[in-house]
Ligand binder design. Structure first.
Ligand SMILES: Cc1cc2nc3c(=O)[nH]c(=O)nc-3n(C[C@H](O)[C@H](O)[C@H](O)COP(=O)(O)OP(=O)(O)OC[C@H]3O[C@@H](n4cnc5c(N)ncnc54)[C@H](O)[C@@H]3O)c2cc1C
Length: 429
């Protein structure tokens, strides 16, 4: 009997554990380790930050749902991975041995790279539900005492969608409170142009998002390198395409939300030969680490090169459905190895994304997410707002039921030409 450990129980780790149980059957032991005992549905964090959701409505206790599927759960932080000895050291002192390790630890939020950044400094975040709750407290103060607002993303950010989402959600929330007319909003982003999204754009994302920012009276600064944040003031260098500083901004604010740069978490980044220089796990086309063949990885923690070099460094986003394609491939590949075979399945990295804009929304389909693509589609409409609410309920239900790929989901997506795994298998294996 093999012991498979999934490290991290977020949007990648939870589905991965369920996929593994489905693929490897009951004969093998699966353990999930996560530093928190609750699963957080990160895509709803922007709603928490304006009081449209609270912590309890978008989180669930992990242990009871995993245990129903015969998956063991340990709520503790992994401090060290001894990849040569196949074991993990937990903060609580325990040592856990594994035959296979799946790393789904998400990002380390690199607030330390910009002086004054982060919730312990002067910028708000929505990257964790705890951060979003803290941002909500600041939002209530803004309603009491309105003033300039900055929303955006800092150098090395890769997750730009939530920055746009939050700008439009905040605009909508302020309108509902009849305070929008008292707030100047500026969108400050490390992207080279609006709608780049770390992806070189998707369809007409540039035209549509620029037009929406203008229609909502939100000014914007692109190629923006945030260099320092102080109490009520943000310092931003604006670069040209050659990377030269063309303007230095000192932007006053009463409220902000800035997506930070991402890195790999410390325990993962520290393993010799496992990661790239920013601590993201190196993987091959089967999601397997080239050096440590019994380590697989999925989600925000994997190394994907930026789509293109940008004057201010940006990364490529790893979105929810794309992550599910990674975990599906991993489960099949570990199952194949356990039967004495080779990894066979390659994830498609297809992406379907719903971005809420408060009372409307924008959706994109990118097949695959990284260009060049077979399909690119970017649309806006009120239906997206409803679809995003539906997606939240649907995903939380899937995590409670332990079924990541219900037949009807597979059927609908297949009809749309969207699949998790590459159709062509490696015949040689
Ligand atoms: C605000 C926001 C909104 C987003 N909205 C969308 C969206 O609408 N649609 C979409 O497709 N994508 C969205 N994304 C992108 C992506 O889907 C999410 O970032 C997603 O949470 C990534 O999943 P993950 O499993 O890689 O990481 P996470 O969900 O962050 O999970 C990582 C887990 O590992 C745990 N962990 C880390 N280190 C350790 C350790 N050493 N020991 C134990 N546990 C550890 C963490 O506590 C966490 O529970 C959004 C991202 C953000 C930040």
């Amino acid at each position: 009997m093999a012991h498979i450990v999934v490290l991290g129980a977020g949007i990648g780790g939870m589905p991965c554990a369920y996929d593994l149980r489905e693929c490897v059957g009951k004969t093998h032991q699966i353990t999930v380790i996560n530093e928190r005992d609750h699963f957080q549905f990160t895509p709803s964090n922007p709603w928490v930050a304006v009081g449209w959701r609270d912590y309890d409505s978008i989180t669930l206790p992990i242990a009871p749902y995993l245990e129903k599927k015969g998956i063991q759960f340990i709520a503790d932080r992994v401090n060290k991975i001894n990849a040569d000895a196949n074991n993990l050291q937990l903060a609580g002192g325990k040592e856990i041995k594994y035959d296979y390790l799946v790393i789904t630890t998400g990002p380390k939020l690199a607030f330390d790279e910009i002086p004054g950044a982060g919730p312990s400094g002067y910028t708000n975040s929505i990257c964790t539900t705890g951060h979003a709750e803290h941002t909500y407290a600041q939002f209530k103060e803004l309603l009491e005492n309105p003033g300039p607002v900055i929303i955006g993303a800092m150098p090395f950010a890769s997750c730009f969608g939530p920055a746009y989402e939050f700008a439009f959600i905040l605009d909508c929330a302020l309108r509902k409170h009849h305070k929008r007319n008292k707030v100047q909003m500026t969108f400050v982003t490390s992207e080279p142009y609006i709608g780049h999204l770390g992806l070189g754009g998707v369809g007409d994302s540039r035209g549509m998002l620029e037009s929406d920012l203008r229609n909502h009276h939100i000014k914007f600064i692109t190629n923006a390198k945030t260099t320092r944040v102080e109490h009520n003031k943000m310092y931003v260098d604006e670069l040209n395409d050659k990377g030269e500083v063309i303007k230095q901004h000192e932007l006053p604010f009463k409220f902000n939300m800035m997506i930070p740069g991402f890195k790999g978490v410390d325990a993962v980044a520290a393993v010799e030969g496992l990661c790239n220089p920013r601590g993201f796990v190196l993987i091959d086309e089967y999601q397997r680490n080239p050096k440590y063949k019994n380590i697989y990885s999925a989600g925000v923690c994997v190394a994907i090169p930026p789509v293109e070099a940008t004057p201010v460094p940006t990364g490529a986003p790893k979105t929810g459905y794309m992550i599910e394609t990674m975990t599906a491939a991993i489960a099949h590949n570990i199952a194949s190895e356990l039967k004495g075979g080779q990894p066979l399945e390659k994830p498609t990295w297809n992406a379907i994304c719903l971005a809420d804009m408060g009372d409307t929304g924008a959706a994109f389909v990118a097949l695959p997410q990284i260009p060049p693509r077979n399909v690119t589609w970017f649309k806006k409409g009120k239906w997206v707002h409803q679809a995003k609410i539906g997606f939240e309920k649907y995903f939380m239900r899937k995590m409670k039921k332990g079924s990541t790929d219900p037949l009807y989901e597979r059927f609908i997506l297949k009809a749309l030409g969207i699949s998790k795994l590459e159709q062509k298998r490696n015949d040689a294996a």
